[in-house]
Design a binder for this molecule. Sequence first.
Ligand SMILES: [Zn+2]
Length: 464
Amino acid sequence: MKSWHKTHCWLGLVVFAAALCRAAAEAAEPDWTALEREGVELLREYLRIDTTNPPGNELAAARFWEAKFKAAGLAPTVFETGTNRGGIWVRLRGRGPGGALVLLHHLDVVPANPSEWKYPPYAGEEQNGYIYGRGAVDAKGLGVVQALAVLLLHRHGILPSRDVIFVATPDEEAGGRLGAGWFVEHVLPALGRVDFVLNEGGHIRPMPSGQLAFEVAVAEKTPLWLRLTSRGKAGHGSVPPAETAVTKLVQALARVQALPRVPRVTDEVQRYFAALATMQVGDQAARFADLRRALSEPSFREKFLLEPRQAALVHDTIAVTVLQAGSKTNVIPGVAVAELDCRLLPGTDPMAFLQQLIHAIGDASIQVETLLQFPPSASPTDTPLYAAIAKLAEREKARVVPSVLTGFTDSHYFRERGIPSYGFAPFVLTEPELQGMHGVDERLSRTNVREGTRRLVELIRALE
Ligand SMILES: [Zn+2]
């Protein structure tokens, strides 16, 4: 009896202690409704700061974040990279000896034409659960959830396993030389060890099977931007010579366009489609499981390549984007210029590609200049950060998918310094929401502000 009583008391104590722990855990659980409100207000304010690049004027946005972090008792640093150009970083201390996690986003946005928008692009208006504005998705919404995650951990006194550094840079939309490029050169070396970067590029995608795919951009195609300049005799349009600057350029471009296009499935792309295969329905599933083999079937290849994004993932692409020559109908110009936006797959040698192009142009009088080029960029998936994203996906019964971007982000600046960098915004984005990026009516839902913050906090806490 006595012993029973003792056991009983002991059990009672355990139950009581467990209840206490639960109460403490519940107290620590953030008020997500309040956080959603706070995040929405931050986003609306942020969208009202016009950081259209050019000219950028991102310093005002950096000051905006500086004030928020200072008010919370953190010690942010603003850096200036040009007139009214600048960025900010702030560190949240972690408990472990591992290198820091950088949360990266860019402060600048692409231009918007207000006459095409349903709601003004710089007003931060909220309608039907969406916050509208240029940059809502690319990338101010991401910046808001990254900042909110840091503020939340700080307020609750939660020490992450590693230092977390919030970094916001200018100039991404113009190539990042005055932004992330400047940052990795002038600030990064003084920050101590950085083990990974979480940046824009991937997101969560609803799949045909009904499942969610957590797409993590681990590789990007590389830009090779070229300018072709053709020169000839200027003259009167009524007496054209057989060959002019314009005729030579037009013929050169025709030869470039006629280059054979042979699909090539890189290892990264093969893995990406294989991961997507498990969430496809019907024929698509088997085809995606082994894309290399599937592309040898002419009917599938034709259908697959009709979709420009899919075609871009298996080709080095060439787009003629700028053409400049005369300005008067009756004057033959002495100079004609074309610019080419070439995008190379991981593994393509840029020099070999350029040689092939010069060979196709076949006219030594046409000058070919390189405007922009950097090395191919990819990150391994066997890192604690990738594992943490996979864990997060698992909790939502979703799958993590290592994806390849047809475009490029600031990630390459960090990858070139040997730091794994992933593109992952913790938002569920549908096709219409994605079309707002660089398009009209760009918007982010309230739900994404709340759930994005929740996911990012969970991700940081799951990171070892
Ligand atoms: Zn962006």
